[in-house]
Structure formats: structure tokens, C-alpha cells
Design a protein around this ligand. Structure first.
Ligand code: GLA
Ligand code: ZN
Length: 675
């Protein structure tokens, strides 16, 4: 077993038996078995039970839980419990609690609220993890260590401020360099001593919701980088502690959100043996959004990931949580598998009777009955995974399109003050992702550090911040035959958020063969008409409209504006550069208009969909170790659809062992292999 592999598809999720009398546990396990649940994640939030006072440990309950699951032959995901601190810890060491963005020191309560730079928290967490690792590492039923839980959120305390000053000293060496990087002559911000630097919270240089407004972007960005690294350092500390006792079992933490803005998951990925992701799409999220997030998670290590949490029915924390319609839950769980997940895990296996999550869905609900709609659906998935899981376990999702998603751009772009308040990084990326999704073209969601040469087409919407070397890497990629798309607000600033002088789009000017002189901002309700050079097609330009000059000898206009004083000037351009092509889209286009553009690019780049028939079914392909292709066909709508003819004759549905039934009801799915 390699450290990045699971022995089997895990089906299960968070189980909190400590909330129940121990004489109910056997019954729970029997119920789980009825649904072919084979795994449980335990000990996620038990610190106060494990360590009732400093240095006094009590593992008797956890021993019992682990013994029972082991005897029942469950695969155990063992968490380290460090995400929720016991009350005594706050009382004894107030510095373990985070100071928030408003500058307020927190008191006991909630969870995910430790200061990453508290020496007390670090020491106490390390001690607990060492005890756990020592005690349980020889249990072969433990298939993964789950560190902490959903890391995220920043601390603005004095300890963090001091650590930040040291971090900056390391990074910049001299205050001269720091002042230059932060462009501190603006508004009298020059720093003369390292200890004058304060954290960028609401009392200082930032305002508005955290991560949205700042006076000194260089400072605020460095703080986000610093906090992301400080949390990663905590994660690494726990990981290294476990590794002292166990070098074989995969170690990971669960990523979350859409995606979590505060943590640079790409820089964390190397430390995860397997990527794990908690997925809670909202009722009104379009189906391409979770698909995008799954592709992002898979691409972090270019290997299968774990769907670590999802709800078997409702959540209780979104503004509205309608029931998932019959079949919808099954379709959404398989959507993760279709995009590269090797597990289906729920939060949670048994519904709590108290606490804030008592109305959150669970496999065993308050009724404690198994004849419920939700349980039947859970059981159906369990039986199916038992049958087909080994066919797709470990399989890859090959993709020839890479879409760049970059946390430094996520942060810096959304800090931009002006010229529109609609700086929406994820939204701009999703515009393009959706184009591929609707054509069933597989995409990786990559970082700027990925190997570009494996892709025929790279799309980099709003590549606003460019680190050293990136422009050269893009130039090489295109000149060697790659196809590249970028947009408005690209090539603007260096990693300190200072603008490249000499005209936009800075270091991308050569490869794109353009100069952007000015940018117009569309006010609410306004858009600019865009017409394509060839044919009758049009688009609407929203949000921003770049006023573009062609500067390259081989640059052409693909579409031009048809309104405002810049009517007749280029809106979309393409430059032939070496053996490849680079497109620039100067405005945020409406969906159909962007689709008109993408048709041309996809044709020019020779990109193929997973099948050739256009369909609004979602279709992905995974390829297993023996080279077998497995096709996942999902109807992500509550409407009947027909399986395309090219997937009927000569195909077998792994779920039935028969030729696939072409009529697909709403939320139905097929898992197909060619005969
Ligand atoms: C998160 C947490 C879980 C639980 C779920 C509820 O993902 O990790 O502990 O609170 O949300 O949806
Ligand atoms: Zn702190």
C-alpha cells in the first residue's frame, strides 16, 4: 500500500458515538452494515473527553469505540481532536484563543478558534497527538489520520503580530525592501523599526469583510500568506508527530468551502498524503460549481481525492436547506466520484439530539428507523459501491485543458480598489469552467506552478498578479504550440501588488500582442455589444471593457465592440506566437456570447469532449490502472433525459451488468464500460 492510496472505496463518514450511551453503539454498527457502510471517522471533537485536565488523559471511551469498529471490520479514519479546545485550556492559557479581525480576544466556545502562534496551543496539541499516535498506530484498521478539522480563519493577536514581524524580516531582510514592496510612501506609511508593523485588521489598514478592502495590499497579502503558512505549520507539526509512530498510514486534513479563501490549498497539497474535501453545495448552486470544486481538489495532487464530508439529506446552516429530491443525493455523491473521488463520506452517521447540528441530516436520523427515504438512498449507494468500487478505485481523470486557479490572485484581485466593485475571482473562473463542463470536456484546475506542457489549452482568467518567471513560462508554452486564453485584469501587478509600468497587460504584452490603454467600467444594467468578425455572432460585454490596441505583427481581432465611443475597436484578440496562439478577452462576456467565442477556440485547439454527441447530461471518464475507461453519465436535473446513442450499443452498465437503459429519469446515472 502506498501512502497516497486507500485499500478500498470508503463509504461512511463522521461518527460521534461519544454523544450516545455505549449500549447503543452495537445497534448503530448493525444499521451501518445494512447500508454497506464500511468506514467511520471518529474522534473529531473529543479533546475535552480525552484530556479532562492538563496532562491527564483518559482514552477509555475512545478505546471502546475503536475496539468495536475494529471488531466489526470497519475502516477507521482517526481524527486528532485538536480543532475544538476544552474549556480548561482557555481558562488556564487565554492566549490559545484567537483574536479576531475586529481585534477582540475570543473566550471559550465554538471551535476552529485557536491561535496558530500560541506556544501553549502548539504544545498541548502536540502532546495529545503524540499520545493518540502512540496508542493507536498499530491498529491496521486505521486507514487514515485526519488532522484537526477544516483549518481556516485568521488570528490578529500580539503573538501573531510578533511572529509576522519575524516572518517579514526573513522575507525582506531590510526595511528598505519592505517599504519599497509595500510602496509605503503613500499615506505616510514608511516603517522605520520592525516592531512598528501592526496586523492589518479593522482597527488598522483593512476594513469591510475580511479579505476585501485594504489600504496597503502588500501588507494585507503578506498577512494572508503568513497566516496560511502558520496554520500549515501547525498541520505539519501534527503530521510529523504522527509520523514518529506511524510511517505507513495516509495523513491528511479536510479542505472545505467554495473554496476556502484564507488557505492556499495549492501550497498545502504537498503535505497531504491524500486530498480530502467537504462538499456542501447549496440548493441554488448550479451543478457545474461542485464539479469545478471536485476538479480543483483532484488537480491539487493530480490523484483521486476523498469526499470526506457531505450530507445524506439536509444541512442546517445554509439560509435555506430544502430536501434533496428523490435520487438527488445519490446523483450528487456520484458526481464527486465522477470527478475523481475514491470515497463517499457523510457528515454524519448519526443525528445528534442536541447542539447546533441537531437538525443536520444524518444516516441514522432521530426516528432511528431504516425505512426512511434518506436511509434507503444511503443503502442503495452502499450496495452499489460494494459492487463497482474496485473498478474505479485509484483511477485517474485525464484532461487536456488546464484552468489556472491561483490563491495569490484570489486574494489580490479581490483586494483591488476600483474601478468596479464586482471583483469576483471564483465567478470569473467559473464563467470559463462552465464552458467546458457543458461540452463534457475534462479539465484540470491547476496552479501556476503546474507543468503546462501536458495541456493543449490553458485558460487563465484574471491573471491579475504575476510572479517572476510566470510570463516566461507562458511564452514558452505558447511558442511551443500551446493555446492560451486570458482576460481583462491580467498581467497587472507583481507579487507585492505593484503595477507593472509600461502599459497593460504588463509582461503578457508580447505573447498577446496587444496594449490595453484604458478600461471602462459597466454600471448596473449596462453592457457593451460585442460582434464577432466572422459570421453574425454577438456577445454582451459586462463589468469591464478594455480599450485594446493590436501591437503584434500576427495579432488579429476576433470580435470588436459595437457600442460606446470605442465601437469598432477590438474586444477579443488572438495572437499567433511561435507555434501556438494566445487569446485575450477584454470584457466579462455573457454565457452565450462566451460560448460563441469558445466554440472557435476549442475547434482551433482540437479539444475533444468525452463523447462527441452534444448533451446536457454530465459525462466524465476515469481510467484505471489496467487502462480501462469508466464513463460516468449523470443526469444532474430533475427532468428525464436520453442517453446518447453512442453510449448504448456495445456498452455495459456496471450497476446492472446489462446494456444501459437509454431512458434516464431525473437524477439518474449510469456507470459504463465498453464491451
Ligand atoms: C463541517 C464540519 C463538520 C460539520 C459539518 C456540517 O464540514 O467539518 O464538523 O459541522 O460542517 O455540515
Ligand atoms: Zn494569534
Amino acid at each position: 500500500m502506498k501512502k497516497n492510496q486507500l485499500p478500498t472505496v470508503l463509504y461512511g463518514g463522521d461518527y460521534n458515538p461519544e454523544q450516545w450511551p455505549s449500549d447503543t453503539w452495537d445497534d448503530d454498527i448493525q444499521v451501518f452494515k445494512k447500508a454497506d457502510i464500511n468506514s467511520a471517522t471518529v474522534n473529531v471533537f473529543s479533546w475535552s473527553l480525552l484530556e479532562p485536565a492538563e496532562g491527564q488523559y483518559n482514552f477509555s471511551m475512545l478505546d471502546k469505540i475503536i475496539d468495536k469498529l475494529t471488531a466489526a471490520d470497519f475502516k477507521i479514519v482517526l481524527a486528532t481532536s485538536t480543532a475544538a479546545m476544552p474549556a480548561w485550556m482557555f481558562k488556564k492559557y487565554p492566549d490559545v484563543a484567537r483574536v479576531d479581525y475586529q481585534g477582540r480576544r475570543h473566550v471559550f466556545g465554538q471551535r476552529h478558534n485557536f491561535c496558530p502562534n500560541s506556544e501553549n496551543y502548539r504544545r498541548l496539541a502536540k502532546d495529545l497527538v503524540a499520545k493518540l499516535a502512540q496508542r493507536y498506530s498499530d491498529n491496521s484498521h486505521i486507514v487514515a489520520w485526519h488532522i484537526n478539522n477544516e483549518y481556516g480563519g485568521n488570528c490578529y493577536c500580539e503573538n501573531c503580530q510578533h511572529a509576522f514581524q519575524r516572518w517579514l524580516q526573513q522575507k525582506y531582510q531590510t526595511l528598505d525592501q519592505l517599504n519599497r514592496a509595500w510602496n509605503n510612501n503613500v499615506w505616510s506609511h514608511t516603517i522605520y523599526h520592525w516592531d512598528e508593523i501592526v496586523v492589518p485588521n479593522e482597527l488598522g489598514d483593512a476594513w469591510g469583510p475580511e479579505g476585501t478592502h485594504t489600504i496597503v495590499a502588500g501588507l494585507s497579502l503578506d498577512y494572508l500568506r503568513f497566516q496560511s503558512e502558520a496554520l500549515r505549520d501547525l498541520y505539519r507539526m501534527e503530521k510529523a508527530t504522527i509520523e514518529e509512530y506511524d510511517q505507513k498510514t495516509p495523513i491528511l486534513t479536510n479542505f472545505h468551502s467554495t473554496p476556502n479563501k484564507m488557505i492556499d490549498y495549492q501550497s498545502w497539497a504537498a503535505d497531504q498524503d491524500i486530498i480530502a474535501y467537504d462538499s456542501y453545495p447549496a440548493y441554488n448552486d448550479p451543478a457545474y460549481k461542485p464539479a469545478f470544486l471536485y476538479d480543483l481538489m483532484r488537480s491539487l495532487k493530480h490523484q483521486p481525492f476523498m469526499l470526506m464530508e457531505s450530507t445524506p439529506s439536509q444541512v442546517n446552516w445554509q439560509p435555506y436547506s430544502p430536501l434533496k429530491r428523490p435520487g438527488q443525493m445519490r446523483a450528487t455523491e456520484y458526481q464527486a466520484i465522477a470527478h475523481g473521488a475514491d470515497t463517499v463520506q457523510y457528515f454524519q452517521l448519526k443525528q445528534a439530539i442536541g447542539g447546533s447540528e441537531k437538525f443536520h441530516g444524518a444516516v441514522i436520523s432521530h426516528s432511528q428507523r431504516t425505512d426512511t427515504r434518506a436511509f434507503q438512498e444511503v443503502a442503495q449507494i452502499g450496495h452499489e459501491l460494494k459492487k463497482v468500487g474496485k473498478t474505479f478505485l485509484g483511477s485517474q481523470v485525464p484532461a487536456k485543458v488546464g484552468i489556472i486557479f491561483d490563491w495569490n490572485n484570489f486574494w489580490s484581485y479581490e483586494y483591488v480598489a476600483g474601478i468596479s466593485q464586482e471583483m469576483d475571482y471564483v465567478g470569473s473562473i467559473l464563467d470559463y469552467y462552465r464552458q467546458f463542463y457543458e461540452r463534457n470536456i475534462a479539465t484540470d484546475i491547476i496552479s501556476v506552478d503546474d507543468d503546462f506542457s501536458q495541456y493543449d489549452l490553458i485558460v487563465a482568467p484574471v491573471l491579475y498578479m504575476m510572479k517572476d518567471g510566470l510570463a516566461g513560462k507562458i511564452n514558452d508554452y505558447v511558442s511551443e504550440g500551446g493555446q492560451f486564453i486570458t482576460t481583462y485584469m491580467s498581467g497587472m501587478v507583481n507579487t507585492s501588488d505593484n503595477v507593472f509600468i509600461g502599459g497593460y497587460p504588463g509582461p503578457l504584452k508580447d505573447v498577446l500582442g496587444i496594449w490595453v490603454e484604458e478600461t471602462d467600467a459597466m454600471v448596473p444594467g449596462q453592457h457593451t455589444k460585442v460582434v464577432f468578425e466572422k459570421g453574425e455572432k454577438t456577445a454582451e460585454g459586462h463589468y469591464l471593457c478594455d480599450l485594446i490596441h493590436l501591437t503584434g505583427e500576427r495579432t488579429e481581432t476576433v470580435a470588436q465592440y459595437d457600442s460606446e465611443f470605442y465601437a469598432g475597436t477590438p474586444a477579443i484578440t488572438v495572437n499567433s506566437f511561435g507555434k501556438g496562439k494566445a487569446w485575450y478577452v477584454g470584457s466579462r462576456l455573457d454565457h452565450d456570447g462566451l460560448s460563441n467565442f469558445m466554440d472557435g477556440v476549442i475547434r482551433s485547439a482540437g479539444i475533444q469532449g468525452v463523447i462527441s454527441t452534444p448533451t446536457d447530461l454530465e459525462i466524465t471518464k476515469r481510467v484505471n490502472d489496467s487502462g480501462q475507461s469508466i464513463y460516468f453519465v449523470l443526469n444532474m436535473r430533475n427532468e428525464d433525459r436520453k442517453l446518447p446513442d453512442e453510449l448504448v450499443n456495445g456498452w455495459t452498465d456496471l450497476l446492472t451488468g446489462q446494456q444501459p437503459e437509454p431512458n434516464m429519469r431525473g437524477w439518474d446515472l449510469r456507470i459504463l464500460v465498453h464491451d
